[in-house]
Design a protein around this ligand. Structure first.
Ligand SMILES: Nc1ncnc2c1ncn2[C@@H]1O[C@H](COP(=O)(O)OP(=O)(O)OP(=O)(O)O)[C@@H](O)[C@H]1O
Ligand SMILES: [Mg+2]
Length: 259
């Protein structure tokens, strides 16, 4: 296992020797991963290499059989996705967790709606739509999502890229510590993909570290600071776009080359 970085900083999120088996199928075979402050870490690997399983173990969707997780150097044990979310890990799955009939602002506040001040909110549970819309607009503007100024538009009327942008903005809002994106550009066109890549860069500028799973090598090499390569349930290497070429990365993925 080669590692091109000699880091002394504490990772925001770290996994040590994770093992996850499904019956006799080994999903993860002792995988370690480190996500450092303010970086974009890509995870690449062939089909079945364990990328999704790894992400699931990091985000509480699966419980590893063995291994440890730590957040800011402190051990954590996520039993369900909600645990990871409460700890500040926001995940955007490929199948977007947005409600098509609700508008943009309502989607951004899904599950953490703001209530009106005083008795209207506390007793009558009335939503503070005005503030949510104002904040949603500010958030989208700050993230540079300029094609989407009307936050009262139902999600179902948006393009695929705009929906993805809302999902990413939702994850980026509310002081997230870590944003995890599983194949965010897989179903998108060139222009929409570029929009999502720009968003990822903005998150990094804000100091929010991102984990990005992608099969798209040009995208990975464009945005990633470091690249974690999964192969057959193990971490084959962690490289950087400076240390290795795309050809090298693919060769390591397939086992044709060691890092
Ligand atoms: N729920 C499950 N039950 C049984 N086997 C599983 C389950 N989830 C994953 N696996 C197996 O674990 C291994 C890793 O799967 P995983 O989904 O993590 O791969 P991946 O790298 O995400 O692949 P892809 O690029 O195709 O999405 C595979 O052999 C897969 O068949
Ligand atoms: Mg997968």
């Amino acid at each position: 296992m080669s590692d091109t970085t000699t880091e002394t900083r504490t990772p925001v999120l770290a996994a040590k020797r994770l093992v996850k088996t499904y019956g006799h199928v080994v999903g993860l075979d002792g995988v370690s991963l480190e996500l450092y402050p303010g970086e974009v870490l890509a995870i690449i690997g062939d089909n079945g290499a364990g990328k999704t399983t790894l992400i699931k173990c990091l985000t509480g969707a699966e419980i590893p059989d063995e291994g440890e997780l730590s957040l800011d150097g402190k051990p954590v044990h996520f039993r369900r996705p909600q645990d990871a979310r409460e700890a500040g890990i926001e995940t955007v799955y490929q199948s977007l967790a947005v409600s098509p009939a609700l508008d943009v602002a309502a989607n951004m506040y899904l599950g953490r709606e703001l209530r009106r001040p005083g008795i209207l909110g506390s007793t009558f549970r009335m939503l503070d739509t005005k503030t949510m819309r104002k904040n949603a607009r500010a958030e989208l503007t700050e993230l540079g999502i300029s094609t989407l100024q009307d936050v009262t538009v139902p999600i179902e009327n948006l393009s695929g890229g705009q929906r993805q942008a809302v999902a990413v903005a939702r994850a980026a809002a509310f002081g997230s510590k870590v944003v995890v994106l599983d194949e965010p550009t897989a179903a998108l066109g060139v222009r929409e993909s570029n929009q999502v890549l720009e968003l990822i860069k903005r998150l990094r500028e804000r100091g929010v570290p991102v984990i990005l799973i992608s099969h798209n090598m040009p995208h990975v090499f464009e945005v990633a600071d470091r690249i974690h390569i999964q192969r057959l349930g193990k971490r084959a290497a962690t490289i950087t776009p400076q240390s290795h070429s795309m050809t090298d990365a693919v060769a390591i993925m397939t086992g044709a080359q060691v890092a």
